[in-house]
Design a protein around this ligand. Structure first.
Ligand code: HEC
Ligand code: HEC
Ligand code: HEC
Ligand code: HEC
Ligand code: HEC
Length: 663
């Protein structure tokens, strides 16, 4: 299965023979009130609700969006191109006008690059949207896949992406927590969601962490977690003593959380570490050296955590830190103790200096060091104001070396990050006061590392890449006989590529938040962990990326005749026998060993209508490996001549009507 996937991807890459300068996605230029901004988008699709700006760098108001790039066609031939849009959409193909307004037109595509230029003017009233699809004699209408859209390298685009990177760093590193200016930054809880997020609550630390480790963390967080958002605050002589004083203050008078972890469970924990996908985001605790996948290190866990507190953390990582990047797995207590045992047994103990600290000195440092500006949202008082910082250039926190930095915090910025921050600081900062859902989703997919577990476009998941490591952890346990019906570790996880087109906002947002009680794919050992803090915005942004609104149009109650036809069509008597693989409410699938599939009762609340039809008409266009049979030919005709004269779309719509009635 895995090998086939790899080969498919490889074939797709070779078929399109991209030139070295081609980058994924199309360049989009937005123009509004005489100002422009650019970015690259994966798809030719856009959704901008009335009254909102198409980009955080432009004010809301009438705008024009223009897409430029290449459609990399795998074949030469005749294709149909179709635009659904709010109006005023134009597209030219290889220099020739093709579409003018919504509709469908036939055009010729060359093998390889075909130049696309398209434009939409925002709607006078209501939301602005567009979705571009194509079809050929071999496949029905589908959005043009992101893997086939490219643009050449572009300086203007690089500069715009750099500003965006700087904007995110400014927000996440909480620059305005110390360098404040009420006129320049948004009020709490408004504007860019990442701005002003509170760092972990510094409470009960002594019940959780060991003081010598805590001192080392405060002294130099990046030496422990390279991508930590927390800066090194103290430099020079006495820095280690200050950190020890703070550690003493933060752990003063606390007793470690009581309770032991049964360390004999470590091998079971190792298997979970592989099967739940921890291994996709984290290095193994016994790993040494630099990690090719750049995962979060775990070697220090035994040095840091009191065992019972670690178990508690694993069961609710967001408890003291809602914005954490560590997701919530809804672990059973037994699983948490197995995982804790695995991490504790395999960590590498380091000799720590353990200077004696003075809690009273620590209490003064926690204020003067600016700790509480990030950790408790305390207003900035003594630091240079933001207006000063904007004029300062390469100084203070933006200095390249320790000497020039002097007393300013060290965020371990790379030179690219410093350049991004400077590019952002050169703007008017107004972009902090608003946001664009599609961009929020794109940022958080990277920040939260969704591609650890999900493949996306041409990117394989990290989990797939570290399969060999995961196998070793499974092999540490004696082999188990597979029992029919029990979940397996090697079943495919849905790629992220089409999820924004596939799922309804309300379901997706609840699912990402961990609020859906059932598991759509009970045959997987792994599960989707929850990212509650980010769920709603992620789901909305994903829908917008595909040119879709938050809510689908309300549908009237189904037509009785269609519903009856639909029920017949999924069955084995004169139907397609979908029920061999699909359970329907409480009725189990009749031959589930064929290929397990999702219960139709769940599909009804999950799926968007457009995606449902696209999938059922041509499932392998979406997933080349799927075991779901194709029932319709490229004209949409099926083997069943009755009802609807064998017309697949009408038959599948009847099935959908029926599915909507299943509880
Ligand atoms: C914990 C508080 C804190 C945070 C957060 C912080 N800074 Fe600073 N910053 C300082 C201190 C302290 C100085 C040094 C002030 C001095 O030299 O008197 C400084 C100095 C600077 C200076 C030089 C100002 C001058 O006039 O010399 C710049 C530029 C700067 N910071 C940028 C940033 C940026 C960009 C961020 C976010 C990535 C940031 N700072 C986050 C505390 C902070
Ligand atoms: C610029 C904001 C910022 C400043 C200033 C800052 N921190 Fe942090 N701190 C964070 C963030 C964000 C985290 C979360 C961990 C991460 O991003 O790796 C964190 C994590 C921590 C943790 C680990 C908490 C846990 O529950 O895992 C401790 C302890 C801590 N900080 C103490 C301090 C102390 C003490 C100071 C002052 C010397 C300080 N921090 C200054 C942002 C900050
Ligand atoms: C999607 C990526 C992701 C996955 C999957 C993931 N983690 Fe994490 N985890 C993180 C990040 C990032 C942090 C750093 C903390 C933060 O940003 O708040 C973290 C922090 C932790 C910590 C605290 C580390 C410390 O230094 O104290 C532990 C323990 C942990 N994870 C265990 C696990 C286990 C066990 C699993 C599997 C059940 C898992 N993680 C799955 C991303 C992930
Ligand atoms: C630790 C691995 C892991 C990480 C990290 C992860 N996912 Fe998932 N995700 C899964 C698994 C496994 C499923 C399938 C669950 C099922 O059907 O029971 C899934 C399913 C989903 C689904 C539902 C798809 C469908 O067709 O049912 C969505 C939406 C989703 N993930 C979005 C995300 C987003 C967004 C992120 C990043 C914020 C993310 N996932 C990160 C493992 C992960
Ligand atoms: C041989 C087994 C099999 C048969 C028969 C089958 N399917 Fe499927 N179906 C699948 C598989 C496998 C999936 C993908 C599951 C996944 O996303 O992991 C699927 C997915 C679906 C989905 C998407 C469900 C969701 O909620 O994500 C729909 C809708 C669907 N099938 C409809 C049908 C219809 C209608 C029929 C009969 C005309 C049918 N299937 C027959 C195996 C089958």
């Amino acid at each position: 299965m895995l090998l086939r996937r790899l080969l498919c991807l490889l074939a797709a890459t070779i078929a399109t023979t991209l030139s070295a300068q081609d980058l994924p996605g199309l360049k989009v230029t937005f123009t509004s009130a005489g100002k422009t901004d650019v970015r690259s988008d994966r798809l030719l699709a856009l959704y901008v609700p009335a009254g909102q700006a198409p980009s955080p760098f432009l004010a809301a108001g009438p705008f024009i969006a223009k897409w430029e790039g290449d459609l990399q066609s795998p074949l030469r031939g005749t294709f149909k191109l179709s635009a659904e849009s709010s109006g005023k959409f134009k597209l030219s193909l290889n220099g020739q006008p093709l579409l003018d307004g919504p509709g469908i037109k036939t055009g010729q595509l060359n093998k390889g690059a075909n130049r696309i230029v398209a434009e939409i003017a925002s709607a006078d009233k209501g939301d602005t949207f567009v979705r571009l699809s194509w079809a050929s004699k071999d496949f029905p209408l589908e959005p043009i896949p992101p893997t086939l859209l490219t643009h050449p390298a572009d300086k203007e685009l690089d500069a715009a992406m750099q500003r965006r990177e700087g904007r995110l760093l400014f927000a996440q590193m909480n620059c305005a927590a110390c360098h404040a200016d009420a006129a320049l930054v948004p009020a709490k809880g408004t504007g860019m969601p990442e701005h002003g997020q509170i760092a972990p609550l510094l409470s009960e630390l002594g019940t959780k962490f060991k003081a010598p480790f805590l001192a080392d963390w405060i002294h130099d967080p990046h030496s422990i977690r390279p991508h930590s958002l927390m800066p090194k605050i103290f430099a020079g002589a006495g820095a280690e003593q200050k950190a020890a004083d703070l550690a003493a203050m933060l752990t003063q008078g606390a007793t470690p959380k009581a309770g032991a972890v049964d360390l004999k469970l470590a091998p079971q924990g190792g298997e979970l570490f592989a099967n739940l996908g921890c291994i996709a985001c984290h290095q193994r605790p016994d790993a040494e050296g630099k990690d090719a996948q750049d995962r979060v290190p775990m070697g220090h866990i035994a040095d840091k955590w009191h065992p019972a507190a670690l178990m508690e953390y694993l069961q609710d990582p967001a408890k003291h830190y809602p914005a954490t990047r560590m997701p919530h797995f809804r672990l059973e207590e037994e699983e948490a103790s197995q995982l804790a045992a695995y991490l504790l047994v395999n960590s590498r103990q380091v000799k720590r200096k353990a200077l004696a600290g003075d809690a009273a000195r620590g209490a003064a440092l926690i204020v003067s060091g600016g700790c509480l500006n990030c950790h408790a949202g305390m207003p900035a008082t003594t630091q240079p104001t933001l207006a000063t910082v904007l004029k300062a250039g390469d100084k203070g926190c933006l200095s390249a070396d320790d000497k020039a930095r002097a007393t300013a915090p060290d965020f371990a910025l790379t030179s690219a990050q410093r350049a991004s921050l400077k590019a952002f600081l050169a703007t008017d900062l107004a972009s902090l006061k608003q946001d664009t859902p599609a961009e929020f989703a794109e940022r958080q997919i990277k920040n939260l590392n969704c591609v650890a577990c999900h493949s996306r476009d041409a990117t394989l998941s990290t989990w797939t890449k570290v399969d060999g490591e995961a196998k070793k952890l499974r092999d540490a346990l004696p082999p188990k006989e597979h029992v029919e019906g029990e979940p397996v570790h090697d079943a495919p996880i849905p790629p992220l590529t089409w999820l924004g087109e596939k799922l309804r906002h309300d379901w997706m947002s609840k699912f990402i938040a961990g609020q859906i009680e059932y598991k759509p794919r009970p045959w997987l050992i792994g599960q989707m962990p929850a990212f509650a803090h980010y769920a709603d915005g992620l789901a909305l942004g994903l829908n917008h990326q595909h040119g879709l609104p938050q809510k689908e149009a309300a549908e009237p109650a189904g037509d009785a005749e269609k519903i009856a036809n639909g029920e017949k069509l999924i069955g084995d008597a004169g139907g397609f026998n979908c029920i061999t693989c699909h359970a329907v409410g409480d009725t189990e699938a009749t031959a589930v060993f064929e290929a397990p599939a999702i219960n139709f009762a769940q599909s009804a609340e999950r799926l968007r209508k457009g995606y449902y039809h696209r999938w059922v008409l041509a499932p392998t266009r979406i997933d080349p490996d799927t075991k779901m049979p194709k029932y319709a030919d490229p004209e949409g005709m099926t083997q069943l001549t009755d009802p609807y004269e064998g017309k697949g779309p009408a038959q599948f719509e009847a099935i959908r009507e029926y599915i909507r009635t299943v509880k």
